[in-house]
Design a binder for this molecule. Structure first.
Ligand SMILES: Cc1cc2nc3c(=O)[nH]c(=O)nc-3n(C[C@H](O)[C@H](O)[C@H](O)COP(=O)(O)OP(=O)(O)OC[C@H]3O[C@@H](n4cnc5c(N)ncnc54)[C@H](O)[C@@H]3O)c2cc1C
Length: 385
């Protein structure tokens, strides 16, 4: 076990922090409020090789691991400008295609996902299934050489920016008729595929969409990997998703805490800076501890994942996501307290960030579903649902 990052990892952290520093939280919120995107930052990060750092070198990636991709997202978020689509495009979609895609899928998608030239969204959530993925009702039917896909998806991020969506559907077993999951790459301009933005109540540049798949006809090679191994493939992508969501939440927490600490050192309304009052200093110290604990679990999950221990990584990734959501929500809330009234202004504020980190308690998997997993898988307790 080694708690010191390599020289390369430290250099990556510093280089990403430099890039994040050029953009920052003002850029992030300005783009979000104007209905804009983070395109300049995305493209620059892509050119510098940050977006595909985890993808195989032979397909244009950096040949490193998820640990390094999490460094990139954590540092951007710590600069106030986390890129949500990193959770989806290189982490979920890139990983699944790299591990299970055909040679042709790898050659076609990976270099462009790695450079950031293209974005792939990911659609699993459905209006009537929610947290219960056994109820997924998007079904793919084989018709000669093609697949025909029908269903609905909800809350899918970044579809307007994406060239395709990796859709989790289900296929019927030819013999038994039993439905089992299968993953399809669906181009966003495919006939029968339409999408509508959802009016969200959060200040976030990435938008969420309702998807309608009405008899979307796809070539046979739209299926990723094996029909029979889709569950394993899905988890190979969902663990990175949880680790990356943790990285984004922890980075945001670090940003808020930095802001609070700077403010608490300067702001003086009695005879000493407000940070000298233990009523303010202790809660800030407490969230620092909580963030570091969550970060350690995220790093453990990423290390296990990169070492190929998928089951152990799954348990750690769930725990990391739980801890990161809790720590970041408490940190941003406490940072808001430290900034007083200024926290509610657009110029200095952190109020909007609270809703964003709060999302981590719900997505990509809710706090309750993680506790269900830990209760059953880690503790061996009976299932309640
Ligand atoms: C900003 C944002 C971006 C998103 N981006 C994407 C995306 O890109 N792709 C995608 O596929 N999805 C995306 N999602 C969807 C997200 O993954 C879901 O919202 C999440 O999985 C929860 O599903 P739900 O909203 O349907 O909640 P529900 O399943 O309806 O649950 C509602 C509440 O009930 C609780 N609950 C449900 N079942 C149980 C149980 N058995 N025991 C205890 N409690 C339970 C849940 O924990 C939750 O608190 C996004 C969501 C948001 C908010």
């Amino acid at each position: 076990m080694n708690f010191t990052e390599t020289d390369e990892q430290q250099a990556l952290r510093a280089a990403v922090a430099d890039l994040g520093g050029k953009y920052g939280y003002a850029y992030y919120t300005r783009q979000a409020r104007a209905g804009g995107r983070l395109t300049e930052l995305w493209q620059e990060a892509g050119k510098l090789g940050f977006l595909g750092v985890n993808l195989p070198a032979e397909y244009g990636g950096g040949g490193a691991g998820l640990y390094e991709l999490a460094i990139v997202l954590e540092e951007l978020a710590a600069a106030g400008c986390g890129l949500l689509m990193m959770v989806v495009s290189p982490a979920i979609c890139g990983t699944i295609i790299a591990r299970f895609g055909t040679d042709e899928q790898r050659r076609f998608w990976l270099p462009r996902l790695a450079s950031g030239a293209t974005i792939m969204a990911f659609g699993i959530t459905e209006p009537d299934a929610g947290s219960n993925s056994h109820r997924l009702a998007t079904v793919a039917t084989r018709d000669g050489d093609t697949w025909v896909l029908t269903g609905r998806k909800i809350f899918i991020s970044g579809v307007d920016e994406a060239e395709a969506v990796l859709i989790v559907g289900r296929t019927a077993d030819a013999k038994t008729g039993t439905l089992r999951p299968a993953l399809f790459i669906v181009p966003t301009d495919a006939p029968g595929f339409t999408y509508r933005p959802i009016e969200m109540d959060i200040v976030m540049p990435e938008k969420q969409f309702l998807l309608f798949l009405d008899d979307v006809r796809l070539p046979a090679d739209a299926l990723v990997g094996e029909e029979s191994a889709a569950l394993q493939q899905l988890f190979a992508g969902l663990n990175p998703e949880r680790i990356m969501a943790s990285a984004m939440a922890i980075g945001s927490g670090r940003y808020a805490l930095d802001r609070a600490v700077s403010y608490a050192k300067e702001r003086t309304v009695w005879s000493v800076p407000i940070g000298a009052h233990q009523g303010l200093a202790h809660p800030l110290a407490q969230v620092k501890v909580e963030l570091e604990l969550a970060r350690l679990m995220m790093q453990k999950a990423a290390t296990l994942y990169d070492a190929g221990h998928d089951m152990a990584a799954g348990e750690a990734a769930n725990m990391a996501k739980y801890a990161a959501a809790e720590a970041s929500v408490r940190t941003v809330d406490q940072a808001i307290q430290a900034l007083g009234g200024s926290s509610m202004t657009q110029e200095f504020g952190l109020a909007a960030m609270l809703a964003n980190v709060r999302t981590t308690r719900i997505a990509p998997v809710s706090r309750e579903m993680i506790l269900n997993f830990v209760a059953q898988y880690s503790l061996g307790l009976p299932k309640s649902y």
